[in-house]
Design a protein around this ligand. Structure first.
Ligand SMILES: Nc1nc2c(ncn2[C@@H]2O[C@H](COP(=O)(O)OP(=O)(O)OP(=O)(O)O)[C@@H](O)[C@H]2O)c(=O)[nH]1
Ligand SMILES: [Mg+2]
Length: 172
């Protein structure tokens, strides 16, 4: 049903490695506890879809499954392959990262591959888990600029900090 409603709406797709908080952000955005959230990597197996309403406008949002691994192996290919169908439909791609763990080298690869493959799509970077002002300072670290997606949009998917500003950026 969401698919029918959402067909003509602009679509944003949340991507990123496991456990960064994509599903938590999805639930906050749609204001429902629809997606399963846990601290176990690989919680989301199938995409979640919903509709956000912001300033009287609707936007379709897709939460995708993330990948992670203990070794220094690449996970960019897995993420892009698995999420390809959603990414192909995206008007905006939001790459979600975790400010508490910082940027992994593989995320640099993911950002690079997304930019290469989705040249015409707007891509934003979110620094999630910025639960307080103090944590926001971590975003000043050089590693964040190294992703080449501009200054990360700071927000907290759990307590809602920065969500309004984030939505304003998406809608402009
Ligand atoms: N402190 C804090 N924790 C958060 C925030 N957002 C998510 N988390 C926690 O991070 C963990 C992972 O959250 P999920 O939303 O399941 O992460 P995901 O990116 O969907 O993970 P996968 O589905 O495995 O790809 C959970 O324990 C969340 O409660 C946040 O803004 N602040
Ligand atoms: Mg998830």
């Amino acid at each position: 049903m969401i698919e029918n409603i959402a067909q003509n709406l602009p679509t944003i797709v949340l991507v990123g490695r496991a456990n960064v908080g994509k599903s938590t952000l999805f639930n906050t955005l749609i204001e429902e506890h629809k997606a399963l959230v846990s601290d176990i990597a690989g919680t989301t197996r199938t995409n979640n879809e919903g509709v956000i309403i912001w300033r009287g406008k609707e936007i379709h949002v897709i939460d995708t499954g993330g990948f992670d691994n203990d070794e220094n192996e690449s996970f960019a290919d897995e993420i892009i392959d698995q999420d390809e169908r959603a990414l192909d439909r995206a008007d905006i791609i939001v790459m979600v990262s975790d400010v508490k763990t910082g940027v992994l080298p593989q995320e640099k690869e993911l950002a690079r591959d997304l930019k290469k493959k989705y040249k015409k799509t707007k891509i934003f970077l979110v620094g999630n888990k910025v639960d307080s002002k103090k944590v926001e300072l971590n975003l000043g670290e050089k590693e964040w600029q190294g992703l080449g997606l501009g200054y990360p949009i700071p927000l907290s998917a759990t307590n809602g900090r920065g969500i309004g500003d984030f939505l304003d950026i998406l809608y402009t």
